[in-house]
Design a protein around this ligand. Structure first.
Ligand SMILES: Cc1cc2nc3c(=O)[nH]c(=O)nc-3n(C[C@H](O)[C@H](O)[C@H](O)COP(=O)(O)O)c2cc1C
Length: 312
């Protein structure tokens, strides 16, 4: 497959494994890149020294293109950017913040930048900021989410009209059929989080992955809009948050209920009752824990079959 996304990043398939707190260390990212997609280290849950260790391991694990997801609200952002540039990283996916401030610095260092948005308004801003590609992420997605609750199906065609930049669709994509649908809507690549969070190489706890594989439709919900809108599995922690939100709890009260390191507790340590279990709606369609290579191969096979079935 060749299109603007495969050309921009030098990859075989336009399948990007989204950066994910507590899931996407070097093992997962390297496995996805080795399989022909683009693996991203998730800097969001790493201290600078941990990220450095993962960058070094990544360089040993693969010669194929890979990148880093960098949430821009990160407290030690300047330290991380200096390190990323010094280590010669070639691709950065920024999220959770404005790309205006940092893109020029990355571009000057020869780093390709993609930025994650949840609306066409922000997509247009990416173009002004000089980013190389846009990831448009819909309401179905796992993890932190847009406030406006725009679904992938509604978002992608409008972002397509708002910008001429290469476009990657995210949110609810875990199959080749969904990849083809995203292409029909105007995307040139897909970013998948949920399906890779549940893969063998993901650093999430097995208990978390097994819980994800048992989910039915409707088992995840968006909450915490007063903090950062987050999609998570309904569990006792979610129930407590929901009751508090229904009773008008403010950001401070919600922070108190979450406690410290709630996503680490849930995703990495596997505390299914008191942890924040971030995952997307599409988990209910993923029933097997596969390797990253099996996921990429399966998706590309489904994509080819669906294309043939529809286009002849
Ligand atoms: C467990 C989890 C953690 C995530 N952490 C991050 C993150 O740190 N930074 C980010 O930009 N996106 C994060 N995401 C979003 C993914 O990168 C990706 O865009 C999203 O999962 C795509 O939608 P999907 O979950 O339906 O596949 C996370 C998603 C999940 C499931």
């Amino acid at each position: 497959m060749k299109n603007r996304i495969t050309e921009l990043f030098g990859i075989e398939y336009p399948v990007i494994q989204g950066g994910m707190v507590w899931c996407s260390g070097w093992r997962l990212a390297a496995a996805v890149s080795e399989a022909g997609g683009l693996g991203l280290l998730g800097a969001g849950s790493m201290h600078p020294e941990t990220l450095l260790e993962h960058i070094r391991k990544m360089k040993e694990a693969t010669r194929k293109p890979w990148g880093i997801n960098l949430p821009l609200m990160y407290p030690e952002i300047d330290t991380l950017i200096d390190m990323i540039i010094a280590e010669g990283v070639k691709i950065v996916f920024t999220s959770a913040g404005s790309p205006k401030k940092y893109t020029a610095r990355f571009n000057a260092a020869g780093i390709k930048v993609a930025h994650v948005v949840s609306s066409s308004k922000f997509a247009a801003k990416c173009e002004e900021a000089g980013v190389d590609a846009v990831v448009a992420e819909g309401f179905e997605a796992g993890g932190h989410n847009g406030r406006e609750e725009t679904t992938t199906m509604v978002l992608i065609p409008q972002v397509r009209r708002a910008t001429t930049l290469p476009l990657i669709a995210a949110g609810g994509i875990a199959s080749g059929e969904a990849m083809l649908a995203a292409e029909a809507l105007g995307a040139e690549g897909v970013q998948c989080g949920t399906v890779f969070a549940m893969s063998r190489e993901s650093s999430a706890a097995d208990a978390f992955k097994d819980r994800c594989a048992s989910l039915q439709e409707g088992d995840t919900m968006l909450c915490l809009k007063k903090l950062a809108p987050t999609r998570m599995i309904k569990n006792p922690l979610y129930d407590e948050i929901k009751t508090a939100e229904d009773n008008g709890a403010d950001a401070e009260a919600l922070r108190g209920i979450l406690g410290k390191a709630a996503s680490k507790r849930g995703i990495f340590e596997g505390d299914l009752d008191r942890g924040e279990l971030e995952i997307g709606q599409v988990a209910s369609a993923v029933k097997e824990i596969q390797t990253a290579a099996q996921i990429v191969e399966r998706m590309m096979g489904e994509y080819a079959d669906a294309r043939k079935r529809i286009l002849g």
